[in-house]
Design a protein around this ligand. Structure first.
Ligand SMILES: Nc1ncnc2c1ncn2[C@@H]1O[C@H](COP(=O)(O)OP(=O)(O)OP(=O)(O)O)[C@@H](O)[C@H]1O
Ligand SMILES: [Mg+2]
Length: 315
């Protein structure tokens, strides 16, 4: 068996009374894309910071490309690239200079730097802008420059903390393309964090659902969704949704039913959505719920999130 690119066991990080990460286990096989999906404050950045040796864990252990993140931190750093959640670029430098300075930091010689910069600027399609100061770049261009910088040292594993945060849909799709390309064509292992469901669904071979510092579930996206059953009927309504939940719970055609008291949304997993729709509508009105909106769909990662954490993931 080959060594996983990343493996963590019982990782914990406490800051005084705050437990940011509370016992995370994860395994990322080489050449896979793994997405840590969770809401604000779930512990995603803290987990990345420990795996990239920027923060010491309070407890637990992890290996990246076989090296221990505490005892062999220098080795780990030689094999990884990182991009941070907040853009950290010197705005007055040109894109090319940003990359060159980074290469110098890692003691790449001049020829090597020039060669790699040409290659990466091509990959992230910044050819026209690379000799302009970073302050003239759009948000998407800055993200692409950071991606190129993270790749400059030829890492085996790339960590991306919220790679598309704050980008418009078009730029987001662009970044997804580069991420896929890196994984497919260059065999890179990627661990990214996101609070966008579509991002995890689009990109990841495996997804870890993280909430309150804990891994609520993890697995292949398809498997997690398949575990949710056939169809899902969603109702938005006014009234007490608990009563409807009690009414439906235990019926043979209802695989699972849940209501989010915060926004009065009811999620009902059924064997056949279209066939059960009329019955559900009747049940709602006879249980004191006025329907504002109802839909039938295949379940998605959002339903997985709701199931394992008990609440919806709101962007
Ligand atoms: N240096 C620190 N000192 C104290 N508390 C911290 C520190 N860093 C993080 N925390 C706390 O740990 C928890 C997890 O934070 P973290 O930044 O890892 O979450 P996140 O999942 O990355 O959130 P976001 O989606 O907002 O980026 C939060 O409650 C945060 O306030
Ligand atoms: Mg974060």
């Amino acid at each position: 068996m080959t060594t996983p690119a990343i493996e963590a066991a019982g990782l914990v990080k406490r800051y005084g009374d705050v437990t940011a990460v509370s016992g995370i286990d994860l395994v990322v096989p080489a050449r896979q894309i793994y997405a840590l999906l969770g809401p604000n404050g779930a512990g995603k950045t803290t987990t990345i910071n420990m795996l990239t040796t920027l923060t010491l864990p309070t407890d637990g252990s992890a290996r990246v490309v076989g090296y221990d993140i505490v005892r062999e931190a220098r080795r780990v750093r030689e094999h990884i690239g990182v991009t941070f959640q907040d853009i950290v670029l010197d705005q007055d430098l040109t894109g090319r200079r940003v990359l060159d300075v980074h290469g110098q930091l890692y003691r790449l010689n001049k020829d090597e730097r020039r060669r790699r910069i040409v290659d990466l600027v091509d990959l992230v399609q910044l050819n026209d802008a690379i000799d302009r100061p970073v302050k003239t770049y759009s948000g998407g261009m800055k993200r692409r420059l950071e991606l190129a910088r993270g790749l400059l040292t030829n890492p085996d594993v790339l960590f991306l903390d919220e790679p598309t945060q704050g980008l418009d849909p078009q730029n987001r799709v662009g970044i997804w393309q580069y991420i896929r390309e890196l994984n497919r064509a260059r065999g890179l292992t990627l661990l990214l964090t996101t609070h966008y469901m579509e991002e995890a669904e689009e990109l990841a071979h495996k997804v870890g659902i993280i909430d309150h510092g804990k891994m609520a579930a993890d697995g292949a996206v398809g498997d997690l969704i398949a575990g949710m059953g056939a169809d899902v009927i969603r109702i938005k309504g006014r009234g007490d949704c608990q009563q409807l939940v009690r009414h439906l719970d235990g019926r043979t055609y209802v695989e699972r039913v849940q209501c989010d008291v915060q926004d009065g949304a009811v999620t009902i997993h059924v064997d056949n959505g279209n066939r059960r729709l009329a019955e559900i509508v009747n049940a709602a009105s006879s249980n004191g719920l006025n329907i504002d909106d109802i839909s039938v769909a295949r379940p998605g990662l959002g339903d997985v999130f709701l199931h394992y954490t008990g609440h919806a993931l709101r962007d």
